[in-house]
Design a protein around this ligand. Structure first.
Ligand SMILES: [Zn+2]
Length: 95
C-alpha cells in the first residue's frame, strides 16, 4: 500500500487518508483528511467570530434604526394578533 507523510501531523498514513489533488506531484494533498477537517473546523470557528463581530459593529452603528424597525414590526404583529382575538367575540354576538 502506498503511504504518505502528512505535512501537518508528520504521521505516515495510507494514501486513502489523503484527499486527491491534481495540482500536487503525488496526486494527493500534503496534509491528511483528519488535518484538513481540523483546519476547516478552525476556519469556520474563526469565520463565525468574524461574522458576529461585523454584525455587532453594524448593530452598534445602526442601533436606532434597527430598534425602530423592530418596534414597527411588533406593532404590526400586535394589530394582527388583536384582529384575530376580536373575531370570536363577534361570532358570539351573532349566535
Ligand atoms: Zn495529518
Amino acid at each position: 500500500m502506498k503511504t504518505k507523510k502528512c505535512s501537518k501531523c508528520k504521521e505516515n498514513k495510507d494514501a486513502s487518508c489523503f484527499m486527491k489533488c491534481k495540482a500536487n506531484k503525488s496526486g494527493l494533498y500534503s496534509s491528511c483528511k483528519a488535518c484538513n477537517k481540523e483546519r476547516i473546523r478552525i476556519y469556520n470557528i474563526k469565520n463565525k467570530e468574524n461574522v458576529i463581530k461585523t454584525y455587532k459593529k453594524y448593530y452598534e452603528k445602526n442601533k436606532k434604526e434597527i430598534l425602530k424597525k423592530s418596534v414597527i414590526k411588533n406593532r404590526k404583529y400586535k394589530k394582527e394578533f388583536e384582529g384575530i382575538k376580536k373575531i370570536p367575540k363577534i361570532q358570539r354576538r351573532i349566535t
